[in-house]
Design a binder for this molecule. Sequence first.
Ligand code: ZN
Length: 330
Amino acid sequence: MPATHHTASTPAADVLICEVGPRDGLQNIARCMPTAAKQAWIDALHGAGLREIEVGSFVPPALLPQMADCAEIVRHARSRPGLTVVALVPNLRGAEAALAAGVHKLTLPVSASTAHSLANVRKTPAQMLAELRSIAALRAERAPQVGIEVGLSTAFGCTLQGAVDEDEVVRLAELAVQAGADEVGLSDTTGMADPERVRRLFLRLRAAIGKHAGAAHLHNTRGLGLANCLAAWDAGVRTFDSSQGGLGGCPFAPGASGNVVTEDLVFMFESMGVATGVDLHGLAAARSALLAGLPGEAVYGMTVDAGLPPHFVYADGRRPPAHTLAGAGR
Ligand code: ZN
């Protein structure tokens, strides 16, 4: 299993929220956030209590210039106490760069849809599993403490292929564990999941690979993001990917966020009495840091718009300093 970097001072949390905005968000926005602004944003996210952040991806700068400073961002993020620094890698070359930069965890996307896999990484799912075996061998040799996570993308349906067979998703998860993944999560890349399918597939995942069952990466493309997160929670999932302001996640419709909005996810769990370790006013400050680096960028989140209910208390009994989240901006 991947190393954890939680310190004794980290408050106990019932769920782990992995903030993916600096990777999933920024790589879906054409303009580049300046390196210093990314660092300030990551610092603010960490200051809000987030303890796992996907900070970038190790891909050729010619393909994604937004990620060209990924090694520098990783080195900076490593200075934040108690933070697990995650980076996406599409292949062995990316993994070499990520390990050299000092990531705590690698995440490799493996598409459950062959059509999506060929379009996205020009490899079949089987070829991606071969890549995973090479990455696991490299990790064993160079950095055995580093975790390897596989995110099974298009696990709930694909815009190119249409329906994705659930048996195939479970089979790929088993093969990924055999190939060296510590954790395998499921991603609703195209926003096609519904709560019943989420519950069923995560229960099947856990039955198949047990403790290796990983994060829920769910999108809000059609408004079901939080409902799907709750269904995953009911199925025993305790790690959730989300993005500040719903940034990224390839939204298909104007006015809809792509990724589940971190602010709304934290509000949902804390209201239910499920501790996240994340502070909503801290997230509002982080949102300001995000917008300082990307002025005028569209961000989402109903909790920020509405503010907190006047009687709101966190799961651990703390009261917020104010029910408004003013200054957070849109
Ligand atoms: Zn996403």
